[in-house]
Design a protein around this ligand. Structure first.
Ligand SMILES: NC(=O)c1ccc[n+]([C@@H]2O[C@H](COP(=O)([O-])OP(=O)(O)OC[C@H]3O[C@@H](n4cnc5c(N)ncnc54)[C@H](O)[C@@H]3O)[C@@H](O)[C@H]2O)c1
Length: 321
């Protein structure tokens, strides 16, 4: 973990990043834009169509309204954040003055490469470019761009306006000032930043999550317990501890002699499949994508907005603790 002096106000004033462009206003993009707007950057959000931008604006308004209702921000902060945001379907207009450009478009390498090639002709020669990719190593992203010395991964978590963690990955060419600027800004925005020492697919968090999810679907498919019980085992047990201490510290606290037995005895028993779980593949084929389509592992009313409202309220309560 990078540690800087904790004086976000001074850091913010000294930061070179005043203007931010967010490309892609979907699940992640709108929340990322909100984070930078709340940190007093002028933020332009770009998407392919006007209706997508209107949806993003609506979601940011709802996010801020809930944060105010739950007394996490005041109405001054709500207004100031909204005033820092603007929306555009013109890519050049969105990016040409930006100090930092964050892409949050779909996880398709070809799309990201095409976008980088377009950006090359439009952005300032000192602009920093960050990708919110969940899985691609930065070496893959850099293959199709001429700005690898200003390229980073900033991996936010859904919902980006509430989850504190951002994983940062540098390319071997990334200049130290570019990483430092972005990390300082993220910290001033209240984020917890972890920078990886090496480039690896899935970074840290998604590798840890994927290991747990693989086993969770194995237990479900084998009928060991129903979905609700499997989820409860996690949230009432390990999840509760993991909110406060990571798996390595917990291993230390339990005793490494015990964990030698637990891992040695259990590793040979664990699922080690190398493909997406059958349950997920079948659900996707049937168009059951989870909360957003009303059905996944559970059933939801409408488009699942109620479920994300509850999740966001619970996260705000956790943050206030
Ligand atoms: N959803 C998550 O939980 C999550 C978490 C962390 C990281 N990510 C990563 O963030 C990125 C975005 O994911 P998302 O879930 O927000 O996707 P999304 O589908 O919700 O949003 C993507 C947005 O990008 C727009 N878009 C598509 N092609 C574009 C282009 N060429 N130029 C500009 N905009 C374009 C789409 O119109 C859409 O609004 C992906 O790389 C994903 O892996 C997602």
């Amino acid at each position: 973990m990078i540690e800087y002096i904790d004086n976000s106000e001074i850091r913010r004033k000294l930061s070179l990043i005043k203007k931010v462009a967010v490309i892609g206003s979907g699940t992640m993009g709108h929340g990322i834009a909100q984070v930078f707007a709340a940190a007093q950057c002028q933020v332009k959000i770009y998407d392919l169509r006007e209706d997508l931008l209107l949806k993003a604006e609506r979601m940011i308004i709802q996010n801020l309204e809930m944060m105010k209702k739950e007394s996490y921000i005041n109405s001054g902060e709500q207004k100031e954040t909204l005033a820092m945001l603007s929306y555009s379907t013109d890519l050049f207009e969105a990016v040409h003055e930006a100090d930092l450009i964050i892409e949050a478009i779909p996880e398709v390498l070809e799309f990201k490469h095409q976008l980088f090639q377009l950006l090359e002709t439009m952005i300032r020669s000192t602009a920093i470019i960050a990708s919110n990719t969940s899985t691609f190593p930065i070496s893959k992203l850099a293959e199709a761009c001429t700005f690898s010395e200003r390229l980073l991964i900033t991996h936010f978590f859904n919902p980006a306006h509430l989850v504190k963690l951002v994983e940062v990955v540098k390319h071997e060419d990334t200049l130290p000032w570019a990483a430092e600027e972005v990390i300082n800004l993220l910290k001033a925005a209240g984020k917890k930043v972890v920078m990886l020492n090496k480039d690896i697919p899935g970074f840290i968090a998604n590798r840890l999550q994927a290991a747990v999810v693989r086993e969770a679907f194995y237990l479900l498919e084998e009928g060991i317990a129903n979905a609700d019980d499997i989820d409860q085992v996690m949230s009432e047990g390990p999840g509760m501890r993991w909110a406060l201490n990571g798996p390595l510290r917990i291993a230390d606290m339990g005793g490494l002699d015990i964990w030698e037995k637990v891992t040695g005895n259990l590793f040979p028993e664990l699922d080690c499949s190398t493909e997406a779980p059958r349950f997920i593949v079948e659900s996707v084929k049937q168009g059951n994508l989870g909360a957003k389509t009303g059905r996944g592992i559970y059933e939801y009313s409408g488009t699942g907005d109620g479920a994300s409202d509850i999740r966001d309220k619970q996260l705000i309560h956790l943050l206030k603790m």
